[in-house]
Design a protein around this ligand. Sequence first.
Ligand SMILES: C[S@@+](CC[C@H](N)C(=O)[O-])C[C@H]1O[C@@H](n2cnc3c(N)ncnc32)[C@H](O)[C@@H]1O
Length: 270
Amino acid sequence: MIKKEDINLTMLSIPYVKSKHLDDKQSRKIIEKFENAKDYQIDCDAVYDGFLTRNVIARHAYLSEKINKYKHSFEQLLILSVGLDTKPDTLPALKDKNCFGLDIAANDIKNIYTYSQTQTKTKILQCDFQKDIHSALLDKLEHAGMIRSKPTYIIWEGGTFYIDASDIYHTLQYLCHHLNIIGCSIDFMNKDLFSPPRHQKAKKQLQLVEKIGVPWKSFFSKEALEKMFKKLGFTDIAITLHGEYEKKALGNINLDEDIMYMATAVRKEI
Ligand SMILES: C[S@@+](CC[C@H](N)C(=O)[O-])C[C@H]1O[C@@H](n2cnc3c(N)ncnc32)[C@H](O)[C@@H]1O
């Protein structure tokens, strides 16, 4: 049984937004029994121009587009910081793909699925990117059915900023070295906006995540991202501003256009 006070509210706020704004039935079922599912969304939207809601909608549009674009080039999807992501169960492009999700809160996630009587096809595995990146992780993935030689795509959505930059690099570097990673799509908080905070709203957002015990730890510039992806061996690197997808998905830009970077990096041959 899950104790309500132990539930990660940032994780639960995402299916809340998807159920309300994206007509995602799987998300609706997940949050149905949690009356506090919207708490983080309300606080976060209040301090910063509807940030959480608009961000979840924009980044979901971005990642769905990239998954669709590359669906013929990969057979397995590896989702880092998977949380309660419903893409494997809702996107037609993922219907025939094996999907694996890593998360520090794997047990909470499995409990939430059980408690809400919801099924996911994602194989959810425990992993803390700040300490579990070594060979035991590869064994766990293989045990769950991953085939290391098969072309694999990575998505990492709404998760990098909870991890130190050096651990982000180490995680990606290890996975690229040991698996057949053909590409990845990942979002990152913009250093120019948050470190130091550009204005009061950014400052309040940082205070909010600090207060609820999930402080943001990493922020990137476009140049640093390009350098990191090149170092990881990717050849085609495209870095987009959050505003582009906020406009595409919601029709206008309410947030700072450059609040986040959305990055996709692939190997030339795909
Ligand atoms: C805001 S949620 C995003 C979840 C999901 N990607 C989505 O968009 O629906 C952030 C996720 O990062 C996970 N996380 C935080 N720190 C982590 C760590 N050190 N290692 C692995 N996962 C972590 C949390 O458990 C949570 O599921």
